[in-house]
Ligand binder design. Structure first.
Ligand code: SF4
Length: 253
């Protein structure tokens, strides 16, 4: 094994990255760019597998989850989105608490779910009480089901509707039962890309700051990347580095 690893390290143009991760180094911006450029899939796989083993050993997990899109009303009009409908549109909807609880009861009965991914559009007609009431009710009847809900941009929308700080909004939602934040809305954390594909959405630093506020309040989050639009390889690498820096700062991912 050691011989074949030495061979790969010496022959592959990204072998030095494998060597560095085997020594315990984190990936840096240059490594990310080289990995994106490389077509040496075998070594990329070895690097990914090494990092996974360092971080998680041989543990693999999954979540038995439903996606609950509580509203499709949105005023942010992202260019790539086919889900939203403007306020007042004939196909727009917002689920009430009764419908939401019915859906959860059915999913729990059929599949024994352990998590609800609760996400929707940026609906300016929903106050924070709408979310608090739903989260309280979920936790009252299903205390062991986790609520993974509301992306950073939905949190921003609620703070605008409420004229409250991000911190206050997240604290209130946490008290009501919010367990963690989905990483949606990051797309590519670069304002040039955002100005083209989602000009009305929060900017990169706002996304990062909201996640940091959540982590500081004990709410963990995931992080996503939506690529394949107008971004460059360099912007993808920067995106990964920004998330890595956030993770190092707060350990909340
Ligand atoms: S904020 Fe979300 S729901 Fe609204 S348009 Fe953008 S992607 Fe669609």
């Amino acid at each position: 094994m050691q011989n074949s690893l030495n061979y790969i390290v010496s022959k592959s143009e990204i072998g030095y990255i494998l060597n560095n991760v085997l020594k315990g180094d984190r990936l840096n911006l240059h490594d990310c760019k080289e990995l994106i450029k490389s077509d040496d899939l075998y070594t990329i796989g070895l690097i990914a597998s090494t990092l996974r083993k360092i971080l998680f050993g041989n543990t693999t997990t999954f979540i038995n989850n439903i996606i609950l899109n509580y509203t499709n009303v949105c005023v942010t009009y992202c260019k790539f989105c086919a889900f939203y409908r403007p306020p007042g549109h004939e196909e727009s909807y917002t689920h009430n608490i009764k419908d939401i609880m019915k859906r959860i009861a059915l999913s729990n009965e059929m599949f024994g779910i352990t998590q609800i991914l609760f996400q929707g559009g940026h609906n300016p007609n929903l106050s924070i009480e709408y979310y608090e009431e739903i989260f309280n009710e979920i936790k009252k009847f299903y205390p062991s089901i986790a609520i993974h809900g509301l992306s950073a941009s939905e949190i921003d929308m609620i703070s605008k509707v409420e004229r409250s700080s991000i911190k206050e909004v997240i604290s209130r939602l946490k008290d009501a039962g919010l367990d963690s934040l989905p990483g949606a809305g990051a797309e590519i954390l670069d304002d040039r890309v955002k100005s083209v594909i989602s000009p009305l959405k929060i900017k990169s630093n706002q996304w990062l700051n909201i996640m940091k506020e959540a982590h500081d309040l004990g709410i963990k989050s995931s992080a996503t990347m939506m690529y394949g639009t107008v971004e460059t390889d360099d912007e993808i690498a920067q995106h990964i580095m920004k998330i890595s820096e956030l993770q190092q700062k707060t350990n909340g991912l």
